[in-house]
Design a protein around this ligand. Structure first.
Ligand code: ADP
Ligand code: TRP
Length: 330
């Protein structure tokens, strides 16, 4: 049997190119490698930890589903589903809560960052977020989890929980390992000291951005001192970050890019980058527009995905409950 691979993305807004290069692009490549049994889902329960408008949520979920398929996730190859449609996720998260050390959750840098960014909404779900993530992974026996660098600490917790659970109740979970891309942490285009993030839209290049918007954003992207296009993360963090985008869009390596823009300066490089990004995103945008016309079909695909996921997750949950001594009267 092929090893299992699981990942999710929260429907919290438009995806940016960091999400794409750090996660979604990899989902598609791993799927197409044929080496894994893949599950990709919309982490809508996780997204409730952030302030939201219930009227907007269905649109955000649908938009992410469109992003998945437009990027190349193929429901014939991967099970694609919506987390909240599978009650086993919340149920297992509760069970895992009871073996999760409070201190481990307190260490999570994402909790610190997110609660610092939204002090008016530091909810218990935000604190418990990595436990639900572990449940997402365990229900499908995932061995591999493609994510960006910001999720590594959460995966470490999942591995800790695997060991704790297995030693207490018998071997039932597998340790999950991250799979990262060459761009596990793309930086913001307006400040290369911050990760590109939906919570800082000023520094994001969105997958849905129109060609003119892409050109404008790249023209305005911050650069470093000097004028040479060179990969030097320490001394030239902004240009190095733009070079990562250029490399991903064109397939050229950093040496080839340096060679290509020798003596040409930032202006020319940015122009080429803008055109490469416009060209690179065009197929995705075209496919997304096309998919929007077939909403009923999308709905059917997701309903079928939910069903498949539900069968696997319910079965696993039952095995877990048996181990815990909970199944006799249910
Ligand atoms: P955001 O931080 O923008 O809200 P999410 O938390 O929804 O993004 O992340 C979705 C996926 O994209 C995750 O696997 C995450 O690790 C990855 N990711 C997010 N931001 C970046 C980035 N700047 N560079 C690379 N990968 C990223
Ligand atoms: N926490 C991830 C993020 O913010 C989304 C996520 C939820 C996830 N559950 C998961 C990713 C399970 C991988 C596996 O992007």
């Amino acid at each position: 049997m092929k090893p299992i691979l699981v990942s999710g993305i929260q429907p919290t807004g438009k995806l940016h190119i960091g999400n794409y290069l750090g996660a979604l692009k990899n989902f598609v490549e791993l799927q197409n490698s044929g080496k894994y049994q893949c599950f990709f889902f919309v982490a809508d329960l996780h997204s409730l930890t952030k302030e939201y408008d219930p009227k907007e949520k269905p649109k955000q979920i649908e938009n992410l589903i469109l992003d998945f398929f437009a990027a190349g996730i193929d429901p014939k190859k991967s099970v694609t589903f919506v987390q909240s449609a599978i009650p086993a996720h919340s149920e297992l998260a509760w069970i895992l809560n009871t073996i999760t050390p409070f201190g481990e959750l307190l260490r999570m840098t994402q909790f610190k960052d997110k609660s610092g960014a939204a002090p008016q909404n530091i909810n218990a779900g935000l604190f418990d977020y990595p436990v639900l993530m572990a449940a997402d992974i365990f229900l499908y026996n995932a061995r591999f989890v493609p994510v960006g660098e910001d999720q590594l600490q959460h995966l470490e917790l999942a591995r800790t929980l695997t060991r704790k659970f297995n030693s207490k109740f018998g071997k039932i979970f597998m340790e999950p390992f991250p799979v990262m891309t060459e761009v596990p942490r793309l930086m913001s285009m307006d400040d290369p000291t911050h990760k590109m993030s939906k919570s800082r839209p000023e520094g994001c290049l969105f997958l849905d951005d129109e060609p003119d918007v892409i050109r404008k954003k790249i023209t305005r992207a911050v650069t470093d001192s000097e004028t040479e296009v060179r990969m030097d993360v320490e001394r030239k963090p902004a240009i190095s970050n733009l070079m990562r985008i250029y490399s991903a869009m064109t397939g050229k390596n950093f040496m080839e890019i340096e060679e290509c823009f020798k003596g040409k300066g930032y202006g020319e490089f940015k122009k080429a980058l803008a055109e490469a990004a416009v060209k690179g995103l065009a197929p995705f945008q075209k496919k997304k527009k096309e998919l929007k016309k077939h909403r009923a079909a999308l709905q059917k695909i997701i309903t079928a995905g939910n069903k498949k996921a539900s069968v696997i997750a319910s079965k696993k949950l039952l095995t877990i409950k048996r181990k815990l001594g909970l199944s006799a009267f249910s």
